[in-house]
Design a protein around this ligand. Structure first.
Ligand code: ADP
Ligand code: MG
Length: 678
């Protein structure tokens, strides 16, 4: 919008309007063009009062017979109007005196609203006509708006933008023809002003040509943005990490197992990237237990072989600690020093760690995201490894992305990204997939029990532990209160300890100090604890192969990804493992679906697909509150064909029509950041 207009509205007022527009994502004139109606109202025709069906929005026109303010049961304005076919009462609870005055007997009034039984219309929009007033020729758009910004104001602004902004096409004609898409101008004009006669409800449907065009353009913008980001990264410089020395080959030779073919392939891809003079941003995907850690260790060693350092970050202390121990175990024989940084260390320990990192004595640093936040100074950082990448918040991911832009980054995730998401939001990353589990694993068997059969489950736990196995018992997730969740863990621990006096029962939860948590984990790992009762802190990454039974209490409260992760804590050794989902009846529809999905699927990809279907991408990406632009019009599930087309078109456009590509991006994203990615 043009600045410096000489309207008399004070500066303050215009600022607040700008803020309201901004809240709707409307910053530039073009944003107004892309602000599409939620629905439409048909003001192109007048419905005779006698035909106004209850529940349907209609427009009527009549003469005011009488208007009065009544005070019982509540102050309200009632205006009786009549046309050739019948009578109608307009009822208003909030009204201005001027409105009461305008509805004087004899006035002609045109009202739009929903008729109700009993011949009335509550809160209609109305106007009093003076002389001939033609009906509009198009449906009236109803836009998404925000408090304090009226439809009419928003409409006016959008009208103005539509008349001022050039609506030329950013797609070459042969492309629109081939894809059977309508022109951009036609799409915009149709959606803002559908011709009369179309059914306003069906018009909202996404398969209309105009909608398809908008969806396609949006997906194309996303593709272009991702590609641009990708290309830009490949043009930046990063240290070349070549195969040198013997660290990596020694590690592989010393492993108690052979790398799976999938692990080898992933490592080759990473190795290839690291040898490039550009930053690697690679996502290593592999289901729970597929063996991502050893691949990460190899990558870290490659940095070390080249005289550089690597940082390993995990989303929780438990996991970071576990990596620290695992890395130490594997690397001690190679003489590679590792620093461990955690929030629960003493100041002195932390300082010692930081000093070793700063001097370059420590080649590897392992910790939580505190590693980055507190600006630990590295001597020569060459590679950042982020484990369970999806568990970091969006803000942390974005921060890392910016701070670590010029670094090689290896992101690992056990939450498989469905194909539609990897083609869209994650399209700027390179991806390696570990698609096989190490040999000798037997799939975990999942069983559902109502909590009425809890005693049976307790007996199972007992028998498994007595036979030399180990078990986890996960307590309910209580979203409203961490305190309550903690309490249930304490109670459950007490109850199970009493019920199973011959077992050694341990406890782990988020409120324990880092050292206490580490002790509990270490004792479980060493077999000193047979049954570990815990909150969801054990969800991520914990690796104790001897544990073969997992009980999840109130499983109906967990999400699919979480259940899959939790279940992945067992089935890591040769013994057959069982996951028991204890649930409480009655099960809601969504919970029943989740439980069945988890029982019937062990493949993380299948589960992730279902999860995406149930929750939608915004929720799935954890981007709800991030403010990062998500797709507004296109639906990844429904419009997967358009997504494929947009991907191909982005390539063509960048190659053959870079000017159009630029213009398209400018229109859809303007000055805003790129589409949110991984
Ligand atoms: P995740 O991919 O879930 O992080 P981990 O890296 O923790 O999996 O590996 C799970 C377990 O499998 C670990 O105990 C690890 O030592 C073991 N492992 C990894 N690769 C292999 C392999 N190729 N053969 C046998 N066991 C392996
Ligand atoms: Mg892991």
């Amino acid at each position: 919008m043009r600045r410096g207009s000489t309207r008399t509205a004070g500066k303050k007022a215009s600022r607040t309007t700008a803020a309201k527009l901004a809240a709707l994502g409307l910053h530039r004139e073009f944003d107004l063009v892309l602000h599409l109606p939620l629905r439409y109202e048909d003001e192109t025709r007048i419905t005779p009062i006698a035909e106004a069906a209850p529940g349907e929005p209609v427009q009527v026109e009549g003469t005011v017979k009488s208007t009065k303010i009544v005070y019982r049961p509540k102050r309200q304005l009632l205006s009786h109007i009549t046309d050739a076919t019948g009578d109608l009462v307009l009822r208003f609870f909030n009204f201005y005196p001027s409105q009461a005055k305008a509805l004087a007997p004899g006035a002609t009034v045109r009202a739009f609203g929903e008729a109700r039984f009993g011949g009335e219309m509550a809160h209609p929009r109305f106007r009093v006509l003076h002389g001939e007033t033609p009906l509009p020729s198009a449906l009236t758009p109803v836009y998404p708006t925000t408090a304090g910004l009226s439809q009419s104001d928003l409409r006016r602004r959008i009208e103005k933008a539509l008349s001022r902004v050039p609506l030329d096409d950013t797609l070459p004609a042969d492309l629109t023809a081939r894809l059977g898409l309508c022109g951009f101008r036609e799409a915009v004009e149709t959606l803002h002003h559908p011709r009369p006669g179309v059914d306003p409800v069906s018009f909202r449907h996404g398969s209309l040509p105009a909608w398809r065009r908008m969806k396609f353009d949006e997906l194309l913008a996303q593709q272009l943005s991702m590609r641009e980001h990708y290309r830009e990264r490949k043009s930046r410089a990063a240290p070349v990490l070549m195969p040198k020395g013997t660290h990596t080959s020694k590690l592989v030779a010393g492993l108690p197992f052979r790398l799976t073919v999938a692990q080898q392939r992933a490592w080759q891809e990473i190795e290839g990237d690291l040898a490039q003079p550009h930053p690697m941003h690679r996502l290593l995907q592999g289901d729970v237990g597929s063996g991502k850690t050893v691949v990460a260790v190899l990558a870290a060693l490659r940095a070390v072989e080249n005289g550089m350092q690597a940082a390993v970050m995990a989303p929780t202390e438990i996991l970071a600690e576990q990596h620290f121990r695992k890395f130490s175990e594997w690397l001690s024989s190679l003489g590679v020093e590792i620093a461990w940084l955690s929030g629960s260390q003493t100041k002195k320990e932390r300082e010692a760690g930081s000093a070793a990192i700063a001097s370059g004595k420590a080649k590897l640093a392992v910790g939580t995201h505190a590693l980055f936040q507190e600006r630990v100074a590295f001597r020569s950082l060459g590679l950042v490894i982020v484990d369970e990448q999806h568990r970091f918040g969006v803000a942390q991911r974005l921060a890392l992305r910016t701070k670590g832009d010029d670094l090689h980054q290896l992101m690992m995730s056990a939450t498989p990204i469905p194909r539609t998401l990897s083609m869209s939001y994650f399209a700027d990353l390179d991806v390696s997939v570990i698609d096989e589990l190490p040999p000798g694993r037997t799939p975990v068997i999942t069983k559902l029990f109502t909590d009425l059969r809890r005693a049976e489950v307790v007996k199972r736990v007992h028998d498994a532990c007595v036979a030399g196995g180990q078990a986890y018992w996960v307590c309910p997730l209580i979203e409203e209160s961490e305190q309550l969740q903690l309490q249930t863990a304490l109670d459950t621990h007490a109850a199970l300890s009493a019920e199973l006096p011959d077992l050694r029962v341990g406890l782990i939860h988020g409120r324990l100090k880092g050292a206490e948590k580490a002790r509990a984990m270490a004792e479980f790992k060493a077999g000193k604890i047979q049954l570990l009762v815990g909150t969801t802190v054990i969800e991520v990454g914990v690796d104790v192969p001897n544990a073969s039974l997992m009980v999840i209490e109130h499983a109906e409260r967990f999400g699919l990804a979480q259940l899959h992760q939790l279940r992945g804590r067992v089935g890591r050794g040769a013994a057959e493992s069982v996951c028991v989902l204890l649930y409480q009846n009655p099960l809601g529809e969504a919970a029943r679906r989740r439980m069945n999905i988890i029982r019937e699927n062990t493949d993380g990809f299948a589960i992730a697909r279902e999860d995406l279907r149930l929750r939608g991408p915004g929720e799935y990406l954890g981007a709800r509150q991030s403010g990062a632009p998500l797709l507004r019009f296109a639906d990844l599930e429904e419009d997967v064909d358009l997504l494929e087309e947009a991907r191909a078109a982005a390539e063509v456009l960048l190659r053959a029509h870079p000017d159009l590509a630029q213009r398209h991006l400018e229109r859809w994203l303007g000055g805003r950041a790129q589409f949110l990615g991984a």
